[in-house]
Design a protein around this ligand. Structure first.
Ligand SMILES: [Zn+2]
Length: 157
């Protein structure tokens, strides 16, 4: 499902992408109906004027980033799943391709030797021509989301 995020909630886009959601920033030029399943996510204190009566709308009412993220998963009925994390490019929303170190090196010859030797899993964005791996910032994001109660990795088997 594609979620069109209202501009007032733009600060959620990166976090929802980290969590594997297909999220795009809504603007009034957006024409719905080209894709199968779409919904608009708005903040109920700033309701959007939507010229598309058929579109599904999720209205969030929380006031903090962490509460809004939790409310997103409750209202959409989607389970926040740590295994879906870091599957999308944070810049362009494209699905990433998983690469092993050899493949990563061939895609991106500038890969630092230390990273090549220490990392096993890489992700490649074909659109941005960018390579990603699980560095410190990834661990920090996981820890932050756990701290907010948006994901729970401790009870994973
Ligand atoms: Zn990208």
């Amino acid at each position: 499902m594609i979620f069109w995020i209202a501009p007032h909630l733009a600060f959620l886009v990166q976090w929802l992408r980290v969590l594997g959601m297909d999220v795009r920033l809504w603007d009034k030029e957006v024409i719905f109906g080209r894709e199968e399943e779409e919904a608009v996510v708005q903040w109920d204190r700033y309701p959007l004027t939507l010229p598309h009566p058929g579109i599904r709308v999720f209205s969030l009412s929380a006031s903090t980033r962490e509460a809004l993220l939790k409310e997103f998963f409750i209202k959409t009925g989607i389970r926040s799943d740590p295994s879906r994390m870091f599957k999308r490019c944070l810049r362009c929303n494209s699905l990433l391709t998983a690469l092993n170190p050899e493949e990563a090196k061939s895609k991106w010859p500038d890969l630092p030797v230390y990273v090549f030797q220490t990392q096993k899993h890489f992700n490649w964005c074909d659109r941005c021509q960018q390579l990603f791996w699980a560095g410190t910032h990834v661990r920090n994001m996981i820890r932050t989301l756990e701290g907010w109660g948006v994901i729970s990795t401790s009870n994973q088997t």
